[in-house]
Write a protein that binds this ligand. Structure first.
Ligand code: ZN
Length: 190
């Protein structure tokens, strides 16, 4: 892959093929690709000098965790930097979910600036999804606990891009409003 545009475009195409058939957890069952497109767009629009490898990593950040993709394959196709960023954003799926979430809080402060940007864009996208299309069956409490946890992880990712920090803060405010509105209507029904 030679040019910056080719790198980003081929990352998008690669992610589209690997995540084919996957959907988001939300009730709207959006294609998983929508999440990747949002993360890549956030990375492209919140950096002062957007870098193709960072944006490509946005497209690819869930390929190792959620599809049959190896680090070696990413390194061969997209280069060492992209492969390294994606691996930093990959949870060890052999661990229980709670332990993975705890490790994200503990380990994120020690990650590279590249990985912190991808993680902050990822959390921003996840919060926007919970605001617009909450996962099926998630209670108000579970949504709130997710927002609290996302803020904990995000705390160590801040300060690299004020625009990205702002996008995250806006997403937190919006999702808390949306959850409060849902909680309010649920309370009224009782
Ligand atoms: Zn993601």
């Amino acid at each position: 892959v030679t040019s910056a545009l080719a790198l980003v475009s081929s990352a998008a195409a690669f992610a589209a093929r690997r995540h084919v058939g996957q959907t988001r957890k939300g009730v709207a069952r959006e294609p998983y690709l929508n999440h990747l497109a949002e993360v890549a767009f956030l990375l492209a629009t919140t950096s002062e000098s957007p870098e193709a490898e960072l944006v490509a990593s946005g497209w690819l950040h869930d390929t190792v965790e959620d599809t049959k993709t190896s680090r070696e394959e990413l390194a061969e196709t997209f280069g060492e930097r992209v492969a390294a960023i994606v691996m930093e954003c990959t949870d060890d799926k052999s661990l229980p979910k709670d332990e993975r979430k705890r490790l994200q809080v503990v380990e994120t402060p020690h990650k590279s600036d590249d990985a912190k940007r991808v993680k902050l864009a990822d959390k921003t996208s996840n919060l926007r999804d919970i605001a617009s299309s909450p996962p099926d069956g998630w209670s108000v409490e579970r949504c709130l606990a997710y927002v609290d946890w996302a803020q904990e992880v995000a705390a160590s990712c801040r300060g690299l891009s004020s625009a990205l920090d702002q996008a995250f803060d806006d997403a937190v405010a919006d999702v808390r409003r949306a959850i409060a509105a849902r909680g309010g209507s649920a309370a009224q029904e009782v």
